[in-house]
Write a protein that binds this ligand. Structure first.
Ligand SMILES: O=C(O)CCC(=O)C(=O)O
Ligand SMILES: [Fe+2]
Length: 369
């Protein structure tokens, strides 16, 4: 058995980033040459800075956003919400799309800022209003608490009391409030094939059988579209874990190996900034990648089973286009035939404030070949 610290080159980096002020992190990202050798921070928006210190380790491709790409990205909004303005998605036509590959972690691909502000806002609305409420979509809270049904994170007064679940074997969960769930207690929700965190397995039943929540169609549209137009990836989205992070949170190093497929894993970042660690083995310092809202990371090839984790999240670093209330008021629901109850519409005024200090990560997986 591995002794936890021996040969673990990730550990000192967690320690380093833990108390690093955001301003210093930001400075380091612009001057990786000034960093101690183990700190090779890659800022995907400015890969040339990194390339200067690690010549030959990056390959950077830049493409113009063409019609096929824009159509693929906007179909996420168009398909389900036919009348919605596409806004800045079309302005992306004038910009370029970067794909960054890293020699030292083969198969890893980074697409900085791929998802437009519209898509990010849509995802936030869908997560709160479509993905969290169904009770089949398990969260870290279900085993400990009796959650209101449907579980609308902002659909009830914040002081709503949340009692311990009767089946909860743990005395650890004392009664709490909705506002505590919003601020730190909600850590993850699972979509599609429900990963079991205890057995570390996916269920053996097949999609389409009863009790198996369908993978959200809107997310499938987004992933399929981008996979064919941009990623050239065969990923079939079947299961997703959505992580909710707050200021200072980390995610310990791990490998995602429960899937019986080598298909790429797609990972979307929304909200606050983070540093992502990724390396093929634990005994060498991992690559450290600055992740911002709208960035997409694909873990394919050898990197699919790489060791990775989140070194730290910095609160209050979400972009302005997510933190203004007005933007959320106008987002249509994924399913236009569902009329939103007034308390959900009213609750939207809290989304912008919530995302100001949150990082959301959606990682999307194929369970088996
Ligand atoms: O938050 C991230 O970017 C990574 C999340 C992750 O690795 C996981 O949920 O397995
Ligand atoms: Fe992971």
């Amino acid at each position: 058995m591995d002794s936890p610290n021996e040969g673990n080159a990730f550990k000192p980096l967690y320690k380093f980033y833990r108390h690093l002020p955001y301003e210093t992190f930001d400075e380091y990202a612009f001057s990786p040459g000034n960093l101690p050798e183990t700190l090779n921070l890659l800022d995907p928006l400015f890969p040339e800075e990194y390339e200067e210190c690690h010549p030959g380790d990056l390959s950077i491709s830049r493409y113009a956003f063409n019609r096929e790409i824009i159509d693929a990205l906007s179909s996420f909004i168009y398909d389900s919400r036919s009348q919605v303005e596409v806004g800045s998605i079309t302005t992306q036509l004038e910009s370029t799309l970067a794909e960054i590959r890293i020699e030292s972690v083969p198969g890893l691909r980074i697409y900085p800022g791929l998802l437009s502000p519209e898509i990010q806002r849509q995802l936030i609305v869908d997560i709160i209003e479509e993905y969290l409420p169904p009770k089949e979509h398990l969260t870290n809270l279900h085993s400990a608490y009796s959650l209101p049904e449907p579980f609308n994170l902002f659909g009830y007064p914040p002081d709503l009391s949340i009692s311990q679940s009767s089946s909860s074997a743990t005395a650890a969960a004392s009664p709490t409030t909705l506002s505590a769930l919003q601020s730190r207690k909600l850590r993850w929700v699972t979509l599609g094939g429900q990963y079991n965190w205890t057995t570390k397995q996916y269920p053996s039943w097949e999609p389409q059988t009863s009790g198996f929540p369908a993978f959200p169609p809107s997310l499938t549209t987004l992933l399929r579209g981008t996979s064919s137009a941009i990623f050239k990836s065969s990923l079939v989205p079947e299961a997703s874990i959505i992580n909710f992070y707050s200021d200072g949170d980390i995610l310990s190093p791990h490998q995602d190996i429960a899937e019986k497929s080598r298909a790429d894993l797609a990972s979307i970042s929304i909200g606050c900034e983070a540093v992502f660690f990724c390396g093929l083995d634990k005994s060498s310092p991992p690559l450290q990648i600055r992740l911002r809202s709208g960035d997409v990371v694909l873990m394919g090839g050898q990197s699919r089973f790489a060791h990775h984790g989140i070194g730290r999240v910095w609160g209050h670093t979400s972009p302005d286009y997510l933190t203004e209330f007005d933007y959320f008021a106008s987002v249509a629901p994924a399913n236009p035939s569902i009329k939103l109850p007034p308390e959900v519409i009213d609750g939207r005024k809290h989304y912008a404030e919530w995302i100001l200090s949150k990082r959301i990560n959606l990682n999307i997986r194929q369970m088996r070949d």
